[in-house]
Write a protein that binds this ligand. Structure first.
Ligand code: C2E
Ligand code: MG
Ligand code: MG
Length: 529
């Protein structure tokens, strides 16, 4: 209680007591005036203190009343304070929206079950993360999002076994702490039931709101240092479930921790590698068909790792994309490749891979132009390879970027054609110069009639749209002859050369010898397109 409040309370009390005393005096006065006390005259006379005694008695009675009233008031105040404290405690341990336990209470409960492990009782944590919750929130607004969260919490409470705790840990993340009674089978059944029940659409304002759930399960074990460690284990399992395609459940395995540590190490090593230039450009020749003369090279990234040797892009490009490091990696590589390629015959085309994510950068064309200007490499010798997934991510952003690149004079190739989702619409709408037929088709042309028909159709499609075609992954003479016969313009593959470092491609190019005998590949490209 503050000092001000307690002063006010003291003053109020004094005032109240004085009032009661005045009332006591008043009663005495009225009693004396009306002769009400006459019946007591005998007693009073005995003591000889008649009026004074009555006055004292009346005032005593008033004081007595004051103290009874005060203790009733005090009791009521104590009850109110206890109720407020209990309410504050409940608020601090429950989620305001769903009424489930909050993270603090859940951590306490997990801590208690961890202590109980030594006594033989067993429990598990199910970490439940909603899938596709953000689109619901973005599309229908927060009220719809809240309706989904409340529905999910009700469903979890219905599935909660007795003795369990259901919690909302924050955002769209829920958790259950459950006793393990039927071993992992019981947990599996529960995890499946959670996924199935959350997948049932939530009706809201005549809309069916659909979300899903990915569940990570961790059994509380004595080797967990604390409750946070249990939650971390469940989190790793859930993360694995997300990686495996969502809408599923995963049990924690100790290897997951190791995998995550490895991945974190790889990320920081990659960051350093990009900064120190340990990501090197390798060059794979692209030849004209059927002449087999080098008309260009594709730049492929290689990581010269201090302990693991040369690492292939399949291992680090996805990490660079996920972490946003791809832009730095890519620009460094293009810069180095442009510098290397300046020394090569001026008709050679330099093809670079640009990740789908980079096409969302409105400044991509300007950044590439800056590199070309800085290195003095002509835009007409640069070809940008884009994969089909860039078209799916944001068609409008990709279209604008491609247009800016084409205005610079840069060529555009659609890479790995046939593996993604590009449609005829994309081919017509976005002006490509070239289709690169994915090597999975080329691999099999001599083995499968079906594949051969598809490759033939792609080449014809390219020709009819005015695009040149490059077949990737040519490894045999048989494939080479077949592709040449079908009219494929260019080829790339181990048959002509693998990706190689600058020194080797320099040697290959100079072995091609007298530049005069080379066709003018710019024209060759132009002819084909
Ligand atoms: P891609 O752009 O389709 O590159 C062709 C891949 O096929 C290269 O693999 C190349 O070494 C391989 N290849 C070429 N000829 C043959 C062959 O005859 N047989 C077989 N089996 N394979 C062949 P690599 O270098 O491992 O690159 C894989 C993918 O990584 C590339 O596919 C590209 O999508 C990506 N990548 C490579 N470097 C970069 C980069 O700097 N930036 C971005 N965004 N992606 C890159
Ligand atoms: Mg490529
Ligand atoms: Mg490719």
């Amino acid at each position: 209680m503050s000092r001000e409040t307690s002063n006010a309370w003291g003053r109020g009390e004094m005032y109240e007591t004085l009032c009661l005393l005045v009332i006591g005096v008043g009663i005495w006065f009225v009693g004396v005036t009306l002769g009400t006390f006459d019946s007591l005259q005998g007693v009073i006379v005995t003591y000889g203190l008649n009026d004074l005694l009555m006055l004292a008695a009346c005032m005593g009675l008033a004081l007595c009343g004051a103290s009874v009233r005060k203790s009733i008031l005090l009791r009521r105040l104590m009850l109110e304070r206890d109720a407020a404290a209990a309410q504050a405690e409940a608020i601090s341990r429950h989620d305001g929206l769903t009424g489930l336990a909050n993270r603090r209470r859940f951590i306490d409960a997990v801590g208690r079950s961890l202590s109980a492990v030594t006594t033989g009782s067993s429990a598990a944590v199910l970490l439940i993360d909603l899938d596709r919750f953000k689109p619901v929130n973005d599309l229908y607004g927060h009220a719809a999002g809240n309706a989904v969260l409340c529905a999910v919490s009700e469903r979890l409470q219905q599935l909660l076994p007795s003795g369990g705790v259901a919690a909302r840990l924050g955002g769209d993340e829920f958790a259950m702490l459950v006793p393990v009674e039927q071993g992992s089978e019981g947990l599996t059944r529960l995890a499946q039931a959670v996924i199935t029940s959350i997948a049932v659409p939530v009706s809201w304002n005549q809309n069916d709101l659909k979300v899903g759930a990915t569940v990570g399960v961790a059994v509380v074990a004595a080797d967990h240092a604390d409750a946070d460690a249990v939650l971390h284990a469940a989190d790793l399992a859930m993360y694995q479930g997300k990686k495996d395609g969502r809408g599923n459940y995963r049990f924690f395995r100790s290897a997951m921790d190791e995998e995550l540590r490895t991945r974190a190490r790889l990320e920081s090593e990659l960051r350093l590698a990009i900064e120190t230039g340990a990501i090197e450009p390798y060059y794979q020749p692209v030849v004209s068909l059927p002449e087999k003369e080098i008309v260009g090279v594709e730049v492929l990234a290689r990581w010269r790792h201090p302990t693991r040797g040369l690492v292939n892009p399949a291992e680090f490009i996805p990490i660079a994309e996920e972490t946003g490091m791809i832009a730095d990696l890519s620009y460094n590589l293009i810069r180095r490749a442009c510098i290397d390629a300046r020394a090569w015959p001026s008709h050679l085309i330099l093809a670079v891979n640009i990740a789908p994510h980079q096409f969302q950068d409105a400044w991509l064309a300007e950044r590439i132009l800056a590199i070309l200007t800085e290195t003095g490499f002509p835009p007409r010798r640069l070809e940008v390879e884009i994969t089909e997934s860039a078209l799916i991510q944001d068609l409008e952003a990709t279209r604008a970027t491609l247009l800016s690149l084409r205005q610079l004079g840069v060529r555009i190739a659609l890479d790995d054609f046939g593996t993604g989702y590009s449609s005829l619409y994309h081919l017509r709408e976005l002006k490509f110069d070239k289709l690169k037929i994915d090597r999975s088709y080329v691999d099999a042309i001599t083995m499968s009639d079906e594949r051969a028909k598809l490759v033939d159709a792609i080449i014809k499609l390219g020709t009819s749209l005015g695009l040149s075609t490059t077949a990737e992954g040519i490894e045999t003479d048989a494939s080479l002859h077949w592709l040449s016969d079908q009219g494929c313009n260019f080829g790339q593959g181990y048959l002509f050369g693998r990706a190689m470092p600058k020194a080797e491609i320099d040697a290959v190019l100079s072995a091609q010898g007298d530049l005069a005998s080379w066709p003018a590949p710019i024209d060759a490209f132009a002819e084909a397109s």
